[in-house]
Design a protein around this ligand. Structure first.
Ligand SMILES: C[S@@+](CC[C@H](N)C(=O)[O-])C[C@H]1O[C@@H](n2cnc3c(N)ncnc32)[C@H](O)[C@@H]1O
Length: 260
């Protein structure tokens, strides 16, 4: 697994964060799938499927004949197999930028929170569209913005954005995608949905992720251990005693693209 491309890793802790993310974001994603994808497609594909939360959501919402999940982490592919079973689901270990030939003619390709981590997101979108069936749809769901006045959450987000930027990745990729695809003849829709989970849930997700990447050199070169400890403590405080915490709001960009 080329870890350098994916800064959040696939440790047990990273997997637990994806579990929490999966349950937190499932309602907005389910609504998106219901509104934008055909029911009972022959083939639906989940790219960058993580631990398989989105794969199961795809299967249970759309009832495809076959659902293929793709991730380059062997651990995540295994966890997806365990979660989804083998009835109508295949989990494949592969790079989303080099998909096996057999992933083609898909009626639905779904991508959530992956383009943030790719260095050339638009080139990836172009590659994936080639794998659609005529009339098929590529559904993209990525972060447009995350707003909060809670200091620990805001400080974490600043550092995360900085760390991703140092790796040529973009946290708030939604605006960029929308601007680049606005005049695309295959664009069917590009909308933003707002979503405000409990601040404590956000703090737990952020705390797990922070542990995963805070020792990366691009972070420790720029920030003293005391500063990083202060952020970790602040996240812990919001996670365990959230009564006074300011709210946090995600704006998710949801884009539907047709085949060429
Ligand atoms: C932030 S997670 C999102 C997981 C899932 N889509 C969700 O929303 O819960 C991004 C996933 O993409 C995978 N990933 C990142 N770059 C990849 C690549 N080039 N090829 C395959 N998988 C990749 C990571 O291993 C990780 O599981």
């Amino acid at each position: 697994m080329p870890q350098s491309d994916y800064t959040f890793g696939d440790s047990d802790l990273a997997a637990r964060r994806l579990e929490l993310l999966g349950s937190t974001f499932q309602d907005t994603t389910r609504d998106f799938l219901r509104a934008a994808a055909p029911n009972e497609p022959a083939l639906a594909v989940d790219l960058g499927s993580g631990t398989g939360h989105t794969t199961v959501l795809l299967r249970e919402t759309l009832h495809p004949t076959l659902t293929i999940a793709v991730d380059f982490s062997p651990a995540y592919v295994e966890q997806t197999r365990e979660r989804a079973g083998e009835d109508g689901v295949e989990a494949i270990e592969a790079d989303v930028l080099n998909l096996p030939e057999r992933i083609g003619g898909a009626e639905v390709i779904f991508v959530r929170m992956l383009l943030t981590h790719l260095r050339e997101p638009l080139a990836a979108v172009a590659l994936w569209r080639e794998r659609l069936a005529p009339g098929g749809v590529l559904l993209l769901e990525e972060v447009e913005s995350i707003a909060t006045e809670e200091l620990a959450l805001a400080r974490y987000l600043e550092l995360q954005e900085e760390m991703l930027h140092a790796n040529d990745n973009t946290l708030k990729i939604g605006t960029e995608l929308d601007a680049a695809l606005r005049d695309d003849p295959g664009l069917r829709s590009s909308e933003v949905v707002e979503f405000s989970p409990p601040a404590a849930t956000a703090a737990r997700m952020f705390g797990m992720n922070f542990t995963t990447w805070r020792e990366r050199p691009e972070v420790t070169d720029a920030h003293a251990p005391e500063e990083l400890d202060t952020i970790a403590k602040g996240l812990g405080r919001v996670a365990t005693a959230p009564e006074d915490a300011a709210p946090i709001t995600w704006r998710m960009r949801q884009i539907v693209l047709g085949s060429y």
